[in-house]
Design a protein around this ligand. Structure first.
Ligand SMILES: Cc1cc2nc3c(=O)[nH]c(=O)nc-3n(C[C@H](O)[C@H](O)[C@H](O)COP(=O)(O)OP(=O)(O)OC[C@H]3O[C@@H](n4cnc5c(N)ncnc54)[C@H](O)[C@@H]3O)c2cc1C
Length: 369
């Protein structure tokens, strides 16, 4: 039988929330283990913010050169996609080893494998059982499952950021910040991009006026945005794909070599939660104001997995701090998501912080714009 290890805190996930909580709790003398089934470092560093920004820096160079054309910059600059991806890897490749080294230096044990609960305070990982006085679920988010016929042809943002070759025609399913940012990169790299967005505008978390100005840039760089368009199926045709949808009552199609999932993400909770008596509420973890499970007090959640605040890295680190403080001092700390800034890294980028104008108006606040 394999050895059974016991810890004061077991953290599932090795992303931002996990890092913040693990080091704080370990510094107080607790025994801590971190588990991940993917390379250590989490979404932001390996499959999100950071690699994305490396690709955006390539797009930025093109954008700047084009804006300076006729003002002293001459000639056509282009993106060498494989080289850009290789550049990105110089930032992402060292991350897992660096993270593991830091954990080892701080006396935090690292487990590789998919974690699943086997009891209220036991977790199985790679055939080994780990006992936990407390558990932090910091498992992040995954792309929302798409259910239309042919949804299996859609690639995730993880795979987009690893593409060795950029095809000529790309369709984004969805119109949030991932669709906006990826289309700004992809169009600058020379592909024809179409965004299919179900809502009546893109980037619904940002001020409509600001998004309106940004849409002029989408048109200028040749990104076609079809709002009010729901994707209904993807068929394989002639080595590529035909994306079928509906714009209102009108059927619509667009051909693509590559279809990218940009339709949103949901908490990643494939953890056999019922074995630990961890309750869900509308598909999300049911937790109290201290980010603690309402049905298993040994369990806390943070970041995208908790889905209490917006799914952003600073929120994950804030949650990690709150949970660490509640573990060490007793439940006294509540997360505060007021004033969380958010940026869509398009070119130009747009940003939002605090209440939207519409929300302030709905709240009856007196304000000036
Ligand atoms: C393409 C993209 C771009 C983004 N850009 C930005 C940005 O510019 N700014 C920003 O603020 N945010 C951005 N985000 C969001 C940001 O990356 C996340 O909000 C943040 O990384 C979440 O951190 P976390 O600690 O909650 O979870 P994560 O960093 O996602 O970590 C969760 C970890 O848990 C692991 N895991 C899951 N289930 C299990 C299991 N059963 N067993 C073991 N391990 C498991 C996963 O492998 C993962 O490594 C972006 C996200 C994406 C996808």
């Amino acid at each position: 039988m394999s050895e059974r290890k016991a810890y004061d805190l077991v953290i599932i996930g090795s992303g931002t929330a996990a890092q913040v909580a693990s080091f704080r709790v370990r510094a107080a003398g607790w025994s801590v283990a971190v588990i991940d089934h993917l390379p250590f470092g989490g979404t932001c560093a390996l499959r999100g913010c950071d690699p994305k920004k490396m690709l955006i820096s390539g797009a930025e160079a093109i954008d700047m050169a084009r804006r300076m054309r006729g003002r002293g910059a001459a000639g056509e600059l282009g993106i060498d996609w494989p080289e850009l991806i290789a550049f990105k890897r110089t930032f992402t490749d060292p991350v897992p080893a660096n993270h593991e080294r830091r954990y080892a230096e701080h006396g935090i044990d690292a487990f590789h494998g998919k974690a699943r609960f086997t009891g209220r305070d036991t977790i199985e990982v790679g055939g080994q059982t780990v006992e936990a006085r407390h558990v932090l679920i910091a498992t992040g988010a995954r792309p929302v499952p798409l259910t239309f016929p042919g949804a299996g042809h859609v690639i995730t943002s993880d795979r987009f950021l690893e593409l060795e070759r950029l095809p000529a025609q790309v369709v984004m399913v969805g119109g949030g910040y991932i669709a906006a940012e990826f289309s700004h990169i992809t169009a600058r790299a020379g592909a024809k991009v179409t965004v299919l967005q179900r809502a009546d505008r893109m980037l619904t978390r940002f001020e409509p006026e600001l998004v309106g100005w940004l849409m002029e840039k989408f048109a200028e760089i040749g990104v076609e945005v079809r709002t009010g368009t729901a994707v209904e199926a993807i068929d394989e045709v002639d080595g590529g794909f035909r994306v079928r949808g509906r714009a209102g009552s009108e059927p619509t199609t667009v051909d693509a070599d590559l279809v990218v999932h940009a339709a949103g993400r949901v908490p990643d909770l494939d953890l056999n939660l019922s074995a630990a008596g961890i309750a869900l509420e509308n598909g999300r973890l049911a937790h109290n104001e201290f980010l603690q499970s309402v049905s298993n007090p040994a369990v806390y959640a943070a970041g995208d997995a908790a889905a209490k605040g917006p799914p952003l890295t600073p929120v994950s680190s804030h949650d990690g701090r709150v949970v660490a403080a509640n573990l060490l001092e007793g439940n006294r700390h509540r997360p505060d998501y007021r004033g969380v800034p958010s940026v869509a890294f398009t070119l130009p980028p747009i940003a939002a912080v605090g209440m939207s104008e519409a929300a302030a108006r709905a709240a009856g606040l007196a304000f000036r714009v």
